[in-house]
Design a binder for this molecule. Structure first.
Ligand code: SF4
Length: 637
């Protein structure tokens, strides 16, 4: 059996964007290893990538022919017939309602920058409807943009310059294994690792200190720390007080708003043991270089944007912003090194906040009568995603571009299958580091299956849009042209990696706000009102899963605190304002008393999103998934 080893990169939605060595035998991927030559991957990967060929490429859910709905089943058709039906029904809908009737939903099914071509297509239409914000980082991005002018992070490697590394609502031991590896190396050199989380995660297990916090208690703890620090430096007439005042805008009002808050109240709302809060307070008041690495969970609350603005303020006030080893390191735009202008802008698009789609699409005028979903699984991902699925079923036409029969694809009228990772070429950036890589076609896709670029060309042609079509090679060259000759070599496959010259330290040269100053948040009046009582539903990521695909053989259990419940193996009845689920209960000492965990994704009857009403964060149009409160009863049915 002849074997071939091919160097490529991972295109899964993960900040590490690993370099991979893929072994191919008889036209199939038989082994995947981390590339030792990739400067961040350094020869290792997460464990789930090894199972990708079996779980995805050879999945029973793989769609290998275009499918057309006939009643409750699908029949195979050709791409050309599918394009003809799409062209006809879109024309009818547009004639009746105008172009805003076309709704486009996209996701990061692949992080490859070739996806910009699909955006380019929709942005070239006279109008369309889409979402604003995102289900991931939108609130944090909006918060950091307001504070610093734009959002960026330190590179993973800068952890080595930190004295203290705080993983705040983040679990990189599972979700960013290379970041965690650098943090562990920093720890070996003497850095202290602290995890702040309502759940004792794998990262918490490997930290020097785990600080348990109530869900949505973060803003109270940060306000407590800021109060203590500001009070100490102002009373001491500290020089840093002058630095803070003169280097910022909005400081006086911000400090005044904090001053009116009671420290005991803040701590009780944070749900943090006072000695740990004081320990943190001492650390932030010291000379230590502190790198804060917040996770997505922090912004999945109604006040998610404010939480980031408070964290930024904490970092700025304590002199940890713009310096080695510091920062509030939320991430980067994964396509920042590419020509995002190639994808066009949404200026002609009507938008709806992503978390409100299931509720607000039916209210739109003109109505949405055509759905087009690419690289995403909104029926699984959105609050009340099943309602979104019902809207797809009621529309004149719903098209899903995907390689798998997801919950969303199952609601489509037409499914257009596409080649997946290891079956197609792409250029890939990272939202965690500065290495850009070349994804390669290692194996052929199922016979006849085309790329998403081909699908866009087919749809454009069916709609009579002339002069649009580009082939994949030209798309890759166009998006990578911002990298000059390196980009062209990458696009053409002559290079595997380009390490982009980017300062590993965010904002070292100053902020990009119009006045160059740090901007403190205006604190809304209701920001520090008591948290609602009861139990918070946390729908976190499952270690072995691939986000919305729900491919892992995994627990469908509701994980509840063993300190509040005793009977193992019981059934839990979970009720929220949005619905009721009956699930097997799993007792755990890892979850705090005022939270329960139900992993993200999952089929109907087991999905946390069935319990979550449409919702939106304070800024940025993120989704406050974790602001859902539930009652839980065991053995109650
Ligand atoms: S999922 Fe992340 S850690 Fe795993 S191989 Fe892909 S990029 Fe690397």
């Amino acid at each position: 059996m002849s074997k071939e080893q091919i160097r490529t990169v991972c295109t899964l939605d993960c900040p590490d964007a690993c370099g991979l060595l893929v072994t191919v035998a008889n036209g199939a991927v038989v082994r995947i290893k981390g590339d030792p030559e990739h400067p961040v991957t350094k020869g290792f990967t997460c464990s789930k990538i090894a199972r990708y060929p079996g779980r995805v490429l050879a999945s029973e859910r793989r769609v290998v022919r275009p499918l057309l709905r006939q009643g409750e089943r699908f029949v195979e058709i050709s791409y050309d017939d599918a394009y003809a039906i799409i062209g006809e029904r879109v024309r009818e809908a547009v004639e009746e309602h105008g172009w805003e009737t076309v709704f486009f939903y996209h996701g990061l099914g692949s992080t490859g920058a070739s996806a910009l071509y699909t955006h380019r297509f929709f942005n070239s239409l006279p109008a369309y409807t889409t979402f604003s914000g995102s289900i991931c980082g939108a609130a944090g991005i909006a918060g950091q943009t307001a504070d610093f002018g734009y959002r960026r992070s330190h590179h993973y490697q800068d952890c080595l310059n930190s004295d203290v590394i705080i993983f705040w609502g983040r679990n990189p031991a599972v979700t960013a294994v290379h970041l965690f590896e650098v943090a562990r190396a920093a720890r070996t050199r003497g850095a202290r690792l602290i995890t702040i989380d309502p759940v004792r995660t794998k990262t918490a297990d490997n930290s020097d200190l785990w600080i348990r916090i109530s869900p949505d208690g973060d803003r109270f703890l940060i306000a407590y720390l800021l109060k203590r620090i500001l009070s100490a430096i102002s009373e001491a007439g500290d020089i840093s007080y002058t630095r803070v005042r003169e280097g910022s805008r909005g400081f006086e009002e911000f400090a005044r708003a904090l001053k009116s808050l009671d420290e005991g109240y803040l701590l009780s709302q944070a749900g943090v043991v006072p000695e740990y809060a004081d320990e943190l307070s001492r650390i932030f008041a010291s000379e230590a270089r502190i790198g804060i690495w917040p996770g997505w969970g922090l912004q999945r609350h109604t006040h998610g944007g404010l939480v980031f603005r408070l964290l930024d303020a904490l970092s700025f006030v304590t002199g940890n912003s713009g310096v080695e080893g510091g920062g509030v390191n939320h991430g980067f735009d994964e396509w920042r090194f590419f020509d995002v202008a190639f994808g066009g802008t949404k200026t002609r698009a009507r938008t709806v906040p992503i978390g409100l789609l299931a509720r607000d699409i039916p209210t739109l005028d003109p109505p949405v009568d055509v759905f087009f979903v690419a690289g995403a699984n909104p029926v699984s991902q959105l609050p009340k995603g099943r309602l979104f699925g019902e809207l797809m079923r009621q529309a004149r036409l719903s098209v899903v571009v995907d390689g798998l029969m997801t919950e969303t694809a199952a609601r489509a009228d037409i499914i257009l299958p596409v080649s997946l990772m290891f079956e197609t070429d792409d250029v890939v950036g990272s939202y965690g580091h500065n290495v850009v890589g070349r994804a390669r076609r290692c194996v052929a896709p199922p016979e006849g299956v085309v790329t998403d670029t081909d699908v866009v060309n087919g749809v454009a042609d069916a709609l009579g849009i002339s002069g649009f079509a580009m082939d994949r090679e030209h798309v890759l060259r166009a998006v990578a042209r911002t990298l000059g000759r390196d980009g062209d070599d990458l696009a053409m496959g002559r290079r595997q990696y380009v390490i982009v010259d980017e300062d590993p330290v965010a904002y070292r040269d100053g902020y990009a706000t119009p006045d160059g100053l740090f901007h403190f948040a205006e604190i809304p009046r209701d920001a520090f009102e008591p948290r609602p009582g009861g139990t918070t539903l946390l729908s976190t990521h499952y270690e072995h899963d691939m986000h919305s695909l729900g491919l892992a053989e995994r627990t469908r259990n509701l994980i509840v605190s063993s300190s509040t419940h005793r009977d193992s193996g019981a059934t839990a009845l979970v009720r929220s304002e949005g619905g009721t689920l009956s699930l097997p209960a799993e007792l755990s000492d890892r979850v705090c008393e005022d939270a329960v965990v139900l992993y993200e994704g999952g089929e109907e009857g087991f999905s946390a999103n069935d319990l979550i009403e449409p919702c939106v964060t304070d800024i940025g149009h993120g989704v406050p998934f974790y602001s859902t409160h539930v009652s839980v009863a065991l053995d109650d049915i």
